[in-house]
Design a protein around this ligand. Structure first.
Ligand SMILES: [Mg+2]
Length: 243
């Protein structure tokens, strides 16, 4: 069936968040960002979950309010599918099903022991640790272009409070990651009251970091300014300095 877009049906517990039913676990940020991008590109999202009533509303509100993820339908086929099928089948029709119980699921962070999965050379845990160290190094070198905050730009604490956002402003735009608070001190950069507003960048925009090369000549100057007044730092809502 060619509708000109794809329909993605996504499960909630164990998929959009860590499975702590009936509570809501930590978010699967990679998947949430992926779905938002797909929807932005024109695809349709259906929340496909066994949750009902109050628990369902909790899940929907969590997606909407805390992650800006809005569904085209909730446990319902989209209208154009009903129209084309001439009925409303019990099975949700989708081009892609994302579910922690699926047999050919995408690899997601909350699948048990996914961190130990390896391509034969590196595990997910290992690669994430390497990425964290490399990004911290970059932030610490380009300190006056970097920032971190416990809150998103709307003032909400990141993912319930055990996370922070850290970013670098490059000549091509900003690039950010989220980390758990245990890694806060790795990033020796100005602390903002709230993070900068997300400009829509996705993981494909990681190439923005390459544009920092254009600032490499200023790098030493930035380092020397650290003990001074941080002359290049332009953030009004900076609240504290790290060590
Ligand atoms: Mg599930």
């Amino acid at each position: 069936m060619n509708l000109g877009f794809e329909i993605i049906a996504v499960d909630f517990d164990g998929t959009l968040c860590e499975n702590r039913w009936p509570e809501i676990g930590n978010p699967n940020i990679r998947l949430i960002d992926y779905l938002k991008k797909r929807q932005k590109d024109g695809d349709k999202l259906i929340l496909w979950t066994c949750r009902t009533n109050e628990r369902l509303m909790d899940a929907v509100n969590w997606c909407n309010d805390e992650h800006g993820l809005y569904f085209d339908e909730i446990n319902e086929n989209i209208d154009s599918v009903k129209y084309l099928f001439g009925n409303d089948a019990k099975k949700i029709y989708a081009d892609v099903y994302i579910d922690d119980k699926a047999s050919n699921h995408l690899t997601m962070p909350f699948i048990k022991d996914v961190g130990k999965l390896s391509d034969g050379y590196h595990t997910f845990d290992g690669l994430y640790a390497q990425r964290r160290v490399l990004f911290a190094t970059l932030c610490n070198i380009f300190r006056n272009s970097s920032w971190k905050s416990r809150r998103h730009s709307d003032g909400e604490v990141c993912f319930g409070g055990d996370w922070f956002i850290v970013g670098i402003d490059t000549p091509e735009g900003s690039y950010t990651y989220h980390y758990r608070m245990e890694y806060w001190d790795m990033f020796d950069c100005p602390v903002l009251e709230v993070g900068r507003e997300w400009d829509g960048h996705t993981e494909e925009d990681v190439t923005r970091l390459l544009s920092l090369e254009n600032r490499i000549d200023n790098c030493n100057a930035e380092r020397y300014s650290r003990s001074g007044d941080h002359g290049g730092c332009k953030y009004e809502n900076r609240v504290e300095e790290t060590k």
